[in-house]
Design a protein around this ligand. Structure first.
Ligand SMILES: Nc1ncnc2c1ncn2[C@@H]1O[C@H](COP(=O)(O)OP(=O)(O)OP(=O)(O)O)[C@@H](O)[C@H]1O
Length: 445
C-alpha cells in the first residue's frame, strides 16, 4: 500500500465522486475525503496510522472501473469497504453482486447520510486514533482502548499487575505488552503456567534448587525467577500455586529475595511480577485456598481483559489479522471474509474468546475454497440462539463505562474527587455512576 504523508487521520478513499451534500456532511463530521481513480496507478495510498474506509461508488462508474474496484478489493482484503449504487442498478449482475458481497454495507442513492455516518462510526471512525500500536494487541474497540490506556500507564511502573479475564481473552498478550513497553523490554520475559507444573516441583521450577536438595536433584538448577533476572515473570493461573510456593512468592514480593530449594542462602533479585487468573481469586481467598496477604501484594494494579463478546467491533479486524498471518505461512486462497461470515462472527458469543476465533479462522482458511471465507467455513452458519452474543452496542458501552469507573476508582485509591477529575466529570456524577452500575465502594476496595 502506498504511504503518503500529511493526510488527515480519518480518511475515506472514494473511488468515484461524492455529491456536494455528501462531501459537506462527511467533511463536517471530520472525515477527510480522498478522491481516487480505480484505473489509476495510485492504489489506496493512505498515511500509516490512519483510519481508512474505502468506498466503491458505482453510481457513475463504467464496467472497466467497476472491475478495477473489484480487483482493488482483492488487493486490500484488510480494508473495510462500502459501496454506493443507484436504484436502477442490476444488483444480480455478477460483477456488481460480488462488490456488494465484499462490502461491509451498501447504500442506494439518494444516500441516507445519517445512516452512512453511523456506519462509518461503527467501522471505528468515530474514535480518535492513538499513537501507533506496537504492543502486539489488535483491537480498537472502546473496551480495548481502556485496556491499552491502562497498559500504557502500568508498563513503566515496577509494581505487580493482576490480570483477570476469561480464558483466551489475551492475558498473556497483555503481560507481554506490559513487559515490552517497560524499561525491562530488553531483559528476559518468562511466562509460567502455574497450573501446569507438578505441585511437588513448583518451588524448584520457580526458584531453583541446589544439588542433592531432593531425590533426583543431581545438579544445581536455576529457576525461572533467576533466569528472568532484570526482566519480568508472568505467573499464569497464579491461583493454582501450592501453599509453600505462595509463601515463597510473598517473601519475594516483600523483600526481593528468594532461596533455592535445599539452600538457606538468600539471593537478591530484581524481577517484576505479573500474574493472571481466570478464576475468582477473591473467592479462593475467602475459601482459604489463597493467601490474603499475597493477594493484596499481587493486586496492586489490576487489568481486566474484556471477553471477546464485549468487543464486537474488534472481531472482524482480529479475524483478518489472523488470516493475514496464516497466509504468510501457508498457501491459502482465501483473502478475506464474506459479508455473512463477518455478521456471524460479530454475533457469535465466543466462549473461548480470541483463542477460539484464531482456531476457527485457521481452520476456515484451510477448508475455504474461494477468495472469501464463508460462515460455513467458520462453522458459524447456523448459530443456536444460546450461542449468540447479546451484547448490543448499547450494552457494550454500558460495560465500558462501568469498567472505566471501576479502574479509575482503583487507580486513585477510591478518592472520589481524584476519580472525578481524571474522568472529567463531577463528584456527583461518580456517585450517580456507582449507583447506576451497583458499585458498592466498600466491596471494590
Ligand atoms: N488482542 C489480541 N490481538 C492479537 N492476538 C491476540 C489478542 N488477544 C489474544 N490473542 C491471541 O489469542 C490467543 C490466546 O491469547 P492468550 O494466551 O494471551 O490468552 P489468555 O487469556 O492468557 O488465555 P488462558 O486464560 O487460557 O491462559 C493467543 O494466540 C494470542 O496471541
Amino acid at each position: 500500500m502506498a504511504v503518503t504523508n500529511g493526510e488527515a487521520r480519518r480518511c475515506i478513499v472514494w473511488f468515484g465522486r461524492p455529491t456536494g451534500d455528501e462531501y459537506e456532511s462527511l467533511t463536517q463530521a471530520g472525515w477527510y475525503i480522498r478522491i481516487a481513480d480505480a484505473n489509476g496507478q495510485g492504489g489506496v495510498g493512505t498515511r500509516s496510522g490512519s483510519i481508512v474506509v474505502a468506498l466503491a461508488d458505482l453510481r457513475h462508474a463504467d464496467v472497466r472501473s467497476i472491475a478495477s474496484m473489484e480487483r482493488m478489493m482483492g488487493d486490500y482484503p484488510g480494508l473495510p469497504w462500502l459501496a454506493l449504487i443507484s436504484s436502477d442498478m442490476p444488483t444480480q449482475e455478477p460483477l456488481i453482486s460480488r462488490i456488494l458481497q465484499t462490502s461491509q454495507d451498501f447504500f442506494t442513492a439518494p444516500v441516507d447520510l445519517d445512516r452512512l455516518l453511523e456506519t462509518l462510526v461503527h467501522m471505528g471512525g468515530d474514535l480518535p486514533v492513538d499513537e501507533p500500536n506496537d504492543s502486539g494487541i489488535t483491537g480498537r474497540s472502546q473496551a480495548m482502548r481502556i485496556v491499552m490506556a491502562s497498559i500504557r500507564k502500568y508498563a513503566p511502573v515496577d509494581l505487580p499487575v493482576l490480570i483477570t479475564g476469561e480464558t483466551g481473552t489475551g492475558k498473556e498478550v497483555a503481560a507481554r505488552a506490559l513487559h515490552g513497553m517497560s524499561t525491562r523490554a530488553d531483559r528476559p520475559f518468562a511466562a509460567i503456567n502455574c497450573g501446569a507444573l507438578p505441585p511437588n516441583l513448583v518451588q524448584s521450577e520457580l526458584f531453583g534448587h541446589e544439588r542433592g536438595a531432593f531425590t533426583g536433584a543431581n545438579a544445581r538448577r536455576i529457576g525461572h525467577f533467576e533466569t528472568a533476572a532484570g526482566g519480568t515473570v508472568f505467573l499464569d493461573e497464579v491461583g493454582d500455586l501450592p501453599t509453600d510456593a505462595q509463601t515463597s512468592l510473598l517473601r519475594f514480593l516483600q523483600e526481593g529475595t528468594l532461596e533455592r530449594v535445599g539452600s538457606s542462602q538468600s539471593i537478591k533479585l530484581d524481577v517484576r511480577v505479573l500474574a493472571a487468573t481466570h478464576v475468582d481469586l477473591e473467592k479462593a481467598v475467602e475459601q482459604g485456598r489463597f493467601r490474603e496477604d499475597l493477594y493484596y501484594r499481587l493486586n496492586v494494579l489490576r487489568l481486566r481483559m474484556p471477553a471477546l463478546r464485549e468487543r464486537e467491533d474488534d472481531v472482524v479486524m482480529l479475524a483478518q489479522t489472523f488470516l493475514d498471518a496464516f497466509r504468510e505461512q501457508h498457501h491459502c486462497q482465501a483473502r478475506a471474509f464474506s459479508n455473512a461470515a463477518r455478521q456471524a462472527m460479530r454475533h457469535f458469543a465466543w466462549p473461548g474468546n480470541v483463542r477460539e476465533l484464531l482456531n476457527r479462522v485457521q481452520r476456515a482458511a484451510v477448508v475455504a475454497e474461494g477468495d472469501l471465507i464463508t460462515a460455513e467455513d467458520l462453522d458459524l452458519a447456523d448459530i443456536p440462539a444460546a450461542q449468540l452474543a447479546h451484547a448490543s452496542l448499547g450494552s457494550t458501552r454500558v460495560a465500558a463505562e462501568r469498567d472505566a469507573v471501576i479502574n479509575t476508582l482503583r487507580e486513585c485509591r477510591f478518592n472520589i474527587s481524584e476519580c472525578a477529575r481524571r474522568l472529567k466529570v463531577s463528584r456527583v456524577t461518580i456517585y450517580r455512576l456507582c449507583k447506576k452500575h451497583r458499585l458498592a465502594l466498600e466491596e471494590l476496595r
